[in-house]
Ligand binder design. Structure first.
Ligand code: F3S
Length: 391
């Protein structure tokens, strides 16, 4: 792999062992994949910071870098951890608090932004063709597909190393020649409310990079679609016709057309009539953007009939704790369990419900696999109606 003189100096340890180690991680991964060089990045996003996911080995990995005296070289944001930063959730456990706070402290002292969210683009919006090194598959696919930026699906350690050095390896979705749609997906009358299930269907059935031809341009629903497809398949890019910026992709002339209708995706969503026993509603995977949060707030505000024992879990970015202090207080008074800087997938639940009903295909995918909980994917309005007793 070609390295500049500056990169060779870093690797030789001239700036300390920790920067050398960080660059070595990137060079090793890039070298194994056949990358010819490294490229500078402007924004790293570090996933894999939840103690319940990475355990002591992950904590020690982060602590070692911190002790090596390194600082972020570029703008670097971080994913949710395993605890509610408001510390008042009835659904998400407060443990292991000390270990998570220790991880948070090291990351923040290394100069990483305390964002604790999987939608880092609310803090800094990528621009077309910008090179990034992002972990968190839902953010990666959103950056590539909606903003036309360029990032691979990085693992947590590599994204951390990229934040510390300002480089990543030139490979995969950084190259225009790899951003080619090879399948055309034609939607037959699928409303945006079903995009979460559609994403699961795409991830499970389509291996190539697809282009979706007739999508309704609702960004919150597209966010759910992309996150679900990235979770159930390996997608880092889905071309969205009339939305993905032109010249950030191409379409293969011989791309096969595949038609998808509502019937196809129903097996991925499940049915509301299956639900029984104790139920939790869950919104916020990926974390709610400001528009979604306000929509939810208005929905809750306008419902008079509240079931006494209903449970609704909502996960939001760390920054909303300050921005929406009054709204969060209001929602909590209404019994909504608003959690900040975490989510039920990367944390421990105090009690397992029989069912979780969510608008997120990604949440359904992981809640089943990681926590063994049955799930149904349903539109936001339906979830609110069930939980608030209008149905
Ligand atoms: Fe975000 Fe947790 Fe979903 S990190 S994308 S809310 S699994």
């Amino acid at each position: 792999m070609y390295l500049t003189r500056e990169q060779e100096k870093i690797l030789a340890g001239e700036y300390g062992w920790a920067y050398a180690k960080a660059l070595e991680i990137i060079v090793k991964v890039g070298g194994a994949l056949g990358a010819e060089k490294l490229i500078p990045i402007t924004h790293a996003h570090v996933s894999g910071i939840s103690y319940t996911n990475i355990g002591d080995p992950g904590l020690e990995f982060i602590r070692d870098f911190y002790k090596g005296g390194v600082k972020a070289k570029v703008y670097t944001t971080i994913n949710p951890g395993c605890i509610d930063l408001l510390g008042s959730s009835r659904i998400i456990s407060d443990e292991p608090r000390d270990k998570q706070l220790e991880i948070n402290q090291y990351l923040e002292r290394m100069g990483f932004k305390p964002t604790y969210t999987c939608i880092p683009y609310i803090h800094r919006r990528p621009v077309v063709d910008e090179h990034l090194a992002w972990g968190e598959s839902s953010a990666v696919i959103f950056a590539n597909s909606v903003f036309g930026a360029r990032t691979n699906r990085e693992g947590g350690p590599l994204a951390l190393a990229a934040g510390l050095t300002g480089y990543t390896y030139y490979y995969g979705l950084h190259l225009l020649e790899n951003r080619v749609a090879e399948v055309k997906i034609v939607l037959e009358d699928i409303e945006p409310d079903y995009y979460g299930g559609l994403g699961l269907w795409i991830g499970d059935n389509i291996r190539e990079t697809p282009i979706i031809m007739n999508l309704k341009p609702s960004i919150p629903h597209i966010k759910l679609l992309l996150a679900a497809a990235a979770a159930s398949g390996g997608h880092g890019l889905i071309v969205l016709n009339n939305l993905t910026p032109p010249k950030t992709y191409s379409v293969d002339d011989s791309a096969e057309k595949i038609h998808v209708d509502k019937e196809d995706i129903m097996e991925y969503t499940g049915s509301l009539s299956d639900i029984q026993g104790e139920v939790i509603g869950y919104i916020g995977c990926p974390h709610l953007d400001p528009f979604e949060f306000e929509e939810l707030f208005n929905l809750i505000k306008t419902h008079e009939k509240l079931k006494k024992d209903y449970k609704l879990l909502v996960s939001i970015p760390r920054i909303y704790a300050d921005l929406y202090r009054d709204e969060i207080l209001f929602l909590k008074k209404r019994g909504v369990d608003v959690v900040v800087g975490t989510c039920p997938i990367v944390s421990i639940l105090r009690d397992k419900p029989d069912y979780i009903v969510t608008n997120s295909g990604k949440a359904a995918f992981y809640l089943k696999r990681l926590h063994g909980i049955d799930t149904v994917v349903a539109p936001l309005n339906n979830i609110i109606e069930i939980l608030l007793g209008d149905q």
